[in-house]
Design a protein around this ligand. Structure first.
Ligand code: SF4
Length: 121
């Protein structure tokens, strides 16, 4: 997934994009940032220790400022199953929740199937 710091627009006057769960954003290689709190939440969900989670499912992000979830060799998220099943959906990182409404990047509409809705007030 591309870096969330690449582009932002104020939320108030933007249209709302309703996710269609196509899974395309889960197949883009790049950083999926996770916080320290999320490492604990995710490890508990997976039934492993936080240390094991960090060792087995994370790497240093591109800017070397924190951790990201690792990709499969083909670039898709390690937690993506099939076309569009997120195996950590119940506890997925805020980075994943935020796309495309809280953050996106130039050209994102070419890949994301979310449907534009009127701005939320
Ligand atoms: S690419 Fe867009 S529509 Fe598809 S799953 Fe991600 S946010 Fe939803």
């Amino acid at each position: 997934m591309p870096d969330s710091s690449e582009a932002t627009t104020p939320l108030s006057e933007k249209p709302w994009y309703e996710c269609q769960r196509c899974g395309n954003c889960c197949r883009w290689p790049g950083d999926v940032h996770i916080t320290e709190t999320e490492t604990h939440t995710l490890s508990a969900y997976l039934g492993i220790t936080p240390h094991s989670f960090v060792q087995d499912y994370t790497r240093l992000n591109a800017k070397r400022t924190g951790l990201s979830i690792i990709d499969k060799p083909n670039g898709e998220c390690i937690f993506l199953e099939g076309v569009n099943t997120c195996t950590i959906q119940a506890v997925k990182p805020i980075h994943c929740h935020g796309f495309p409404n809280a953050w996106n990047f130039p050209g994102w509409r070419d890949h994301c199937e979310a449907i534009e809705q009127p701005p939320k007030n």
